[in-house]
Design a protein around this ligand. Sequence first.
Ligand SMILES: Cc1cc2nc3c(=O)[nH]c(=O)nc-3n(C[C@H](O)[C@H](O)[C@H](O)COP(=O)(O)OP(=O)(O)OC[C@H]3O[C@@H](n4cnc5c(N)ncnc54)[C@H](O)[C@@H]3O)c2cc1C
Length: 486
Amino acid sequence: MKKNQDLAPLMKNFELLHETPIKDGISRRKALKLMGLSPIAASVLASSASTEAKASDAKGKIVILGGGTGGIMAMAHLRKSLSNPDITIVAPNEVHLYQPGQVFIAAGVYEGKDIELDNNDFIPDDVKWIKDEAKTIDADNNKITLRSGEELSYDYLVVATGIQYHYEKIEGLSVDDIGKNGISSVYLSDLEKGTHTGAEITWKWFNDLKQAAADGKKPRALFTQPDTAIKCGGAPQKILYLAADYLKENGLNAECTFCTNTASLFSLPNVAEELARTQTTYEGMTTKFKHVLIKVDVQKKIATFAHAYQEQGEWDEDFEMYDTTDHYEEVDLEYDFLHVVPPMGPVDAVKNSSLGWQKGSAKGWLEVDRYTLQHRRYKNVFGIGDICGVPMGKTGGSARMHAPVITKNLIAQMEGQEIKAKFNGYTVCPLKPGYGKVIMAEFGYDGPIPTLPFWTDVSIPRPAWWAFDVYMLKPMYQHLMMRGLM
Ligand SMILES: Cc1cc2nc3c(=O)[nH]c(=O)nc-3n(C[C@H](O)[C@H](O)[C@H](O)COP(=O)(O)OP(=O)(O)OC[C@H]3O[C@@H](n4cnc5c(N)ncnc54)[C@H](O)[C@@H]3O)c2cc1C
């Protein structure tokens, strides 16, 4: 690994961490201790420490739907900000997955138990915890029907139900195919049961790919990204680069093809350029833009992609623009290995209620104002996390920024005050162009929002961000974010 002299002290820590096996518990503890002393740790913690206002005496029954990242953060912030909180959380899951860690399991850096947290540690006794799911939401009557059939009323509702996967929308593919015939998917998990099988399957898949490459035949590996909103928009590429780097480290390579619905590798041009440069460092890596996986023949190992594109025609004198012709074709690609990112959508309970956007590309996602996160039609309803139908960010980093905004705005609503707090669209994508470095792409509605004032270029791959991501982020999530402390 190349040394950056400016980062020498931190790199020293980082190298020390890597002297001992990554999967060794003692080394991880040592790592945390070391990283806890780092200037980055201090700076990030300082920049994100919340300034607590005096607790409000506002009253009302608050129901939170969902006990994942957003639901627990909302609960923790609201509980601290109200003098007499009356909070009920509807969360079926006791195991709370630290989902960013699924990528590190897939890459062989974490083990399964590393990402299994416990909601019993986060939900205090003074919060009523209903271990069930909302089946229907009747927002006109402030009522929820649970899967058990029980009805629950609320004065204020926080929707934090996250996202639903739709593997079934890919013809010929079922969830049971993942882990067989060269197919993997890092996303595959059951948040209610707290399982993360896709991550383990993907680590085995990395090793099967390595074995195939070592056997001499250059394997063909496809990596997909669907045409829906997805959580952690960077994860499809994280798996692409980590798999390719895993081979490279072993002196091997594959024909890696990234098939994405998008027209560029990232929405920020300088990050897209850096990723394009990254791809040139892996022999045999290419991207097929505007290619959406629609069908898989799992036996024959053929993936079919919808490819919609426009062709430029003649210059039109009258309209002073080029004519364009729309084309559509279906493209069959043979593969040996296929990493699938499923189409995703809002959870049924929200999609089938009156709370979703009624039309447009966000149809079914929670219809909240993109700045205040207050529902545009039901003023006693707020959203946090992936379920929000806002243009930016389905990441835990976004949910962290949503939490103080909805807390202030919900309390203002309870107090009959003006709704003032605004979400700036913050999202964060810790892209991994290879092992040992991360591009910490932080941005919002108006462009880059770097957390650290001395690293304003969010497109640069940095070893320190890898160390931060592997060793610090999870403890910060577990001990600070889940407790409303940042
Ligand atoms: C592979 C992967 C990598 C990622 N990497 C990163 C990263 O590096 N950085 C980052 O910031 N983010 C990352 N994320 C995204 C991040 O984990 C999510 O954005 C975040 O968890 C969203 O929080 P949420 O509360 O909206 O949803 P979740 O945390 O998914 O929680 C939703 C909860 O709602 C529950 N639920 C669903 N329906 C109902 C219902 N009807 N009633 C009650 N409860 C319900 C579910 O069981 C679940 O527990 C990653 C995600 C994945 C999968």
